[in-house]
Design a protein around this ligand. Structure first.
Ligand code: 8OZ
Length: 374
């Protein structure tokens, strides 16, 4: 029986424990370039078995929010090196989440102020965050997207592979492909955003084509043992809708089974919210999903997320269901989360939700460790 504190392998990546830091958007990297404050933030959390960074757009077209750090500018790669060096010096492991937002963007963030791209020209009833010309921030409606022409899709797939290459150059141990939360890959997968009539739309097989092409391109670029994917079968995040999530994701993980990935990261329920939230006509069966992946030969670690506590995480691992658990809000507020769990601490810093997105050190790098307050 394994515990949270046992080592585990995610493909080529060796984790010293099973407590993973979830990807968390923090909007503290102006001009899409990581900075010294970002280095401190990740270094403080290096005792995680694995850090998955916040989403990092692979192109400017993939950018949907002000001040998120990218992977496409040479300077960003140089700055990310400082992050990966700092985490590795502390004995940690770190992958970056490669991201394309698709329709969840605003013209002011796009190359030449063009329309964001999506499987279909279906707007999301969703908001994003931009910086006005006067420097003030604002939440605004996402812009009307345009449908990707079939001839453009291979280029977007290649952009993910380029991002993965840049991640390796920046010293990351691997990448997590962002296939969750209503962004581009999820938009292709789910019928609410995908109304295409070519081989990328319609049947489940067609809607999964883009995701699998991205996985194959990224794996070919850096090796499948360094690649994971995050999925969120039923989340309503960013106005994404699917009436048959079980069928869609059973198909997807079955196809992923033969691809030798390092890990599958599953957001259970509504991202950052109700674990029982579902879409479709019956509750989603996550155990069935995992069984299908394993039966298809999938050997990647099964990483689960959403609202886990130390106790529920231990149960998920002890029962054999999960190989590791990703924690989000707890890791924001407690840089020494692993130590707190290990020592059976009963006290945890409270999250200051008003400081989640944007700003400086406050609510970012100033959460104290237990040792600091002792
Ligand atoms: C919160 C705010 C902005 C982006 C996600 C990348 O939901 C995000 C995100 C979360 O995956």
């Amino acid at each position: 029986m394994s515990s949270l504190f046992d080592p585990v392998k995610f493909g080529d990546i060796e984790l010293s424990n099973r407590i993973v830091m979830a990807p968390l958007t923090r909007n503290r990297s102006p001009k899409a370039i990581p900075n010294d404050l970002n280095v401190t933030y990740y270094e403080q959390r290096a005792s995680a078995g694995l850090i998955i960074t916040e989403g990092t757009p692979v192109t400017q077209q993939g950018q949907g929010y002000a001040d998120v750090p990218g992977l496409y500018a040479p300077q960003a790669v140089e700055q990310w090196k400082k992050v990966t060096d700092a985490v590795h010096k502390k004995g940690g492991k770190i992958v970056t989440q490669i991201w394309h937002v698709g329709r969840i963007s605003h013209v002011s963030l796009q190359p030449n102020e063009g329309a964001p791209v999506a499987p279909s020209a279906v707007p999301a009833k969703s908001k994003t965050y931009i910086i006005n010309p006067d420097g003030s921030g604002a939440f605004v409606e996402t812009s009307e997207p345009r449908a990707l022409d079939k001839s453009e899709i291979a280029g977007v797939v290649a952009d993910y592979a380029k991002g993965a290459r840049a991640a390796i150059e920046a010293g990351f141990d691997g990448v997590e492909i962002h296939g969750a939360n209503g962004y581009l890959i999820d938009q292709f997968l789910k019928s609410g955003a995908n109304q295409r009539t070519d081989e990328y739309g319609g049947s489940i097989e067609n809607r999964a084509r883009f995701a699998l092409e991205v996985v194959d391109a990224v794996a070919a670029e850096i090796g499948a043992g360094k690649v994971g994917i995050r999925i969120s079968p039923v989340t309503p995040a960013n106005n994404i809708v699917e009436t048959e999530p079980q069928a869609v994701f059973n198909y997807l993980v079955e196809k992923l089974g033969s691809r030798g990935l390092a890990f599958i990261h599953v957001v259970e329920g509504a991202t950052g919210g109700d674990r029982a939230f579902t879409q479709g006509d019956k509750p989603f069966d996550y155990h069935e999903l995992k069984d299908i992946y394993r039966k298809a030969g999938g050997t990647g670690a099964w990483l689960v997320n959403n609202g886990y506590t130390k106790d529920t995480a231990e149960q998920a691992i002890a029962s054999g269901y999960a190989d590791a658990v990703a924690f989000g809000k707890l890791f924001i507020a407690n840089p020494d989360l692993v130590e707190r769990f290990k020592t059976g601490a009963t006290s945890f810093n409270e999250l200051d939700a008003s400081k989640l997105y944007g700003g400086g050190a406050t609510g970012y790098t100033d959460y104290p460790t237990l040792e600091a307050v002792a």
